[in-house]
Design a protein around this ligand. Structure first.
Ligand SMILES: *Cc1c(COP(=O)(O)O)cnc(C)c1O
Length: 365
């Protein structure tokens, strides 16, 4: 049975697919999230009927009524993962069922319908198969996959969630996050703003979290930093995450990462690193980490490295920290050996140059 027959996907090939030469031009310098492939996935949902009309269609603009619910009340969620071209030529994704499960946890919080995990994974397979020539062959490059769901009911009533939704997947070739070697980022401690509070949507991967975060990210840049670090809502004392990546603190051979308290995003990269750590001879701890512990640890030399982790950048070293009334550097400000070892292992599994002991790699074609 071909994939197309499983969910009854209607496959509509694009008449406007770009030529091989046009595609190669994009793939030569893809950047991140700028160019998109020739097709996309759409599956509609109607209350009472469930998910229906699964289809692969040409990539293109949507036509939506201006009163469509998502534009006004932000009932939206998304996922992010990558397709990799492995060293043996296969195209794979990484732990797609973990993304499917997280999409559904986000959906429950946003009063949106859950999508069967099989349908989620199949939608990725459909799109990547159709656009497999868009999966880069350059080392370290990948095809970024962006599944998302929007509320499509027309009307401005606020008392009920939408009764209709569309799930879509688009794909974008992605270059190396780091051009010209891995360089540590500088981070800004946000004590003025809060990303998420208990009972809020911090654990859900929804656009609203990002909408509320841009102002702090801009403040980070104004203070000469690359990224914002979010702290707990009550006291701005404990470290949560970076707002697109989770944080890991390296105390010699111990990895310490903020516990999943409900106000930070449960990253699949974070989870994978916690599971791999033992194989690399590293211990792990999930607990509260305060800003004071971070600074004191760097000053005493006990805290040797800090890195951020997420699908887009994989593992990114953090080199320096700045807040309203403090600033310090981590180690000597260059990428540390534990950070690089963790990165190498994870990337090795994704691209197939290392064994995959946990069965995380999901072959598409
Ligand atoms: C997606 C995301 C992450 C990283 O999650 P991965 O599954 O590792 O890519 C971290 N924080 C936020 C806020 C995110 O949206």
């Amino acid at each position: 049975m071909t994939i197309a027959q499983k969910l009854g996907f209607d496959v509509q090939q694009s008449d406007h697919a770009r030529t091989a030469a046009e595609r190669e031009q994009v793939l030569a310098n893809p950047g991140f999230g700028q160019a998109f492939t020739d097709h996309m996935i759409v599956i509609d949902y109607t209350e009472g009927q469930g998910w229906h009309d699964a289809r692969l269609v040409p990539y293109g603009p949507l036509s939506l009524d201006p009163a469509t619910s998502v534009f006004h009340y932000a009932q939206e969620l998304f996922e992010g993962l990558k397709a990799y071209r492995q060293v043996n030529g296969s195209i794979v994704t990484f732990r797609p069922y973990a993304n499917a499960a997280r999409l559904n946890r986000s959906a429950v919080r946003m009063a949106m319908p859950e999508l069967p995990e099989e349908a989620f994974v199949e939608s990725l397979e459909q799109l990547v198969q159709a656009d497999r020539d868009w999966v880069p062959t350059t080392e370290g490059h990948s095809l970024y996959l962006r599944p998302f769901i929007i509320a499509t009911q027309v009307g401005l009533g606020v008392n009920y969630p939408s009764r209709t939704y569309s799930y879509m997947v688009i794909a974008s070739p992605a270059g190396s996050y780091f051009t010209g070697g891995i360089t540590p980022v500088s981070v800004w401690l946000s004590t003025e703003y809060t990303r998420a509070a208990p009972g809020g949507t911090g654990f859900a991967k929804c656009g609203g979290n990002y909408a509320a975060a841009f102002v702090a990210q801009r403040q980070a840049v104004e203070n000469g930093c690359d990224q914002v670090v979010w702290l707990d809502a009550q006291k701005h004392e404990y470290v949560e995450e970076m707002g697109g990546m989770n944080l890991v603190f390296v105390f010699g051979d111990r990895l310490v990462t903020p516990a999943l308290t409900g106000t930070l995003l449960p990253g699949i990269t974070r989870d994978s690193i916690l599971k791999l750590a033992g194989d690399l001879g590293l211990q792990t701890e999930e607990r509260l980490v305060s800003v004071d512990e971070w600074q004191a640890g760097c000053e005493s030399g006990e805290l040797t490295e800090v890195f951020a982790c997420g699908t887009a950048a994989v593992v990114t070293p953090v080199g320096s920290v700045k807040g309203a009334d403090r600033a310090w550097t981590i180690g000597d400000g260059t990428p540390g050996p534990v950070t690089m070892r963790v990165r190498e292992e994870l990337v090795g599994i994704q691209y197939g140059s290392r064994p995959d002991p946990y069965g995380w790699v999901h072959k598409i074609c």
